[in-house]
Design a protein around this ligand. Sequence first.
Ligand code: NAD
Length: 265
Amino acid sequence: MHTPPPPRPVAIVTGGLRGIGHAIAHRLAAEGFDLALVDLDAPGNSTDDTLTSLPASGGRARYYQLDISDIQAHDGVLSYIARDFTGPLACLVNNAGIASRPLTDVLEVDAKAFDRSLAINLRGTFFLTQAFARRLLDAPAAPGLHRCIVVITSIAAELVSVERAPYCIGKSALSTVARLFAARLAAHGIQVHEVRPGFIQTDMTASAGSNVIDQWIREGRVPMPRWGTPQDVADVVAVLASGKMPYTTGQPFWVAGGLNIARAT
Ligand code: NAD
């Protein structure tokens, strides 16, 4: 008699419609996850393109419109996701974020820009993680199911840029958020990983003009002398989400071509 395969675990990727989040969604689909993509766009062409390309690897993908800074909406969206898929919630990838634009000297940053950046990159991500973690703790873990949370921070969690103060502050605090949830959830078998991308070629970096980074690469200030790709980040997230590193939690994984190496000369 034919036994149906077990339902695929569900991964949620915020900011999954483009850039790094889009690449992560594709890698996780190939790893055997069903995908819930969360992003700002109204359902339409870009969501359709993403959703039709994802099931190529056999899974299902659905789109949920959510501004993660709207924390009152988090629980409702998580309920829809739990209802729409047959498999268990297994992974949240906190990828959505905004850059500091325009670039502004730390002496000139105003409260509005500061609050907006922190509302998305820190507050929104913190409360979505909290809501997701509560759901995992309320649901008995299926045998063999690996559950985890991935937080995409940035090299800005450690390296300061005086023209990106709100971004640096948010990402360094987000690194602490990852460690807090890692400590709280470790005994429940839920891993929390921080991933720190370096200079990755996406719309976000293009919006600052990439000349400075091109110059840095030419001057050898990035040990691996090239831009990173969304795929470089997605490859690391896929390993972490698949549970192949079972005795690690709460630590940053730099995906930055060696920018993590502090050099004296
Ligand atoms: P991107 O701007 O290309 O894509 C970001 C995605 O997040 C978009 O789909 C956008 O619509 C979505 N998003 C933005 N605000 C949102 C909100 N409030 N609610 C829901 N969705 C929202 O950016 P990217 O380069 O792919 O960056 C993805 C993540 O990686 C960000 O957290 C960013 O800070 C981080 N990161 C990027 C780089 C880089 O060089 N590109 C480096 C380090 C860290």
